[in-house]
Design a protein. Structure first.
Length: 278
């Protein structure tokens, strides 16, 4: 990875990979801090283009256009995890990229992501990797019903996933997600959904907001309320979990760690859903 030897000056140019609503909000925030922004997106109708002076519309694997883009910026970030890993590696070899390409490789794959979190001794919903229809049957024998089948990559806002219960057509479910590598997650009966937004600098220092309580409708975020209605001890635990994940990823940037507050007998426990770009 190309290092950043000193903090960016206020008139520096930040490159953003991806031009959706998150890229747009990133650009607006950067402008308020005095930075210039150049957005690179593969979609002509990218809404982030409307709020920046410099933009490039080209495929993420157009190396010549990417090189031209990199010649105009001082550092690069990305708006979400669906940027190709090859693109991130190309950028990181030439300019400072935050979060790093290795972070992207972990967080854009649900299986890698969950294994990474579990390796830190942090709980998630039970899960099983699924690469074929036969593996799906075996996964249900392990996880049980109900469960949610999700594509390992690219799914968001309920896309690329299907809830399954006993007696459902597993072969049909496998076809419905395009027969792509997937993860089967045990269905969590949660009390509420929360997230912790944490910022981590290149020096390793962190700062976190109070946990946020999130309500989804039809798989899309409907409301976020701060602070979440959880006990102070659980709020502290949630922040500690987010801090541990950010440190282990060597994350530089702003990270949102999504969690479920689930009942375990008479007690409540936190289960990490996923860490995501914020």
């Amino acid at each position: 990875m190309t290092p950043l030897h000193k903090p960016l000056a206020p008139d520096a140019t930040i490159g953003i990979l991806g031009g959706g609503q998150l890229g747009r909000m990133l650009a607006l925030a950067a402008h308020e801090l005095g930075f210039r922004v150049h957005v690179y997106s593969d979609k002509k109708d990218s809404c982030a283009f409307d709020v920046v002076r410099n933009s490039t519309c080209a495929p993420f694997d157009n190396w010549a256009r990417l090189a031209d883009f990199l010649n105009t910026v001082d550092a690069v970030t990305y708006e979400f995890e669906n940027i190709p890993a090859e693109t991130a590696a190309f950028v990181a070899a030439r300019k400072p990229l935050f979060p790093g390409a290795d972070v992207l490789a972990t967080t854009q794959d649900r299986v890698k992501e969950k294994k990474f979190v579990n390796a830190l001794k942090i709980a998630t919903a039970p899960f099983a990797q699924v690469n074929t229809s036969m593996e799906l049957s075996a996964a249900f024998a392990k996880i049980g019903f109900p469960a949610i089948l999700k594509t390992a990559r690219m799914g968001y806002d309920g896309k690329g996933q299907v809830k399954l219960d006993k007696g459902d057509d597993l072969a049909g479910a496998w076809r419905s997600i395009g027969e792509k590598p997937a993860v089967l997650e045990g269905f969590v009966k949660f009390e509420r959904e929360i997230s912790v937004v944490i910022a981590r600098g290149a020096d390793g220092k962190t700062a976190a907001y109070d946990p946020i309580e999130n309500v989804h409708r039809d798989h899309i975020l409907h409301t976020s309320t701060v602070p979440a209605k959880i006990p102070p001890a659980m709020a502290k635990e949630a922040i500690n979990i987010a801090t541990k994940i950010a440190k282990a990823l060597n994350y530089v940037g702003v990270l949102a760690v999504e969690m479920f507050v689930a009942k375990k007998g008479a007690k409540r426990e936190l289960l990490v859903n996923r860490p995501a770009r914020a």
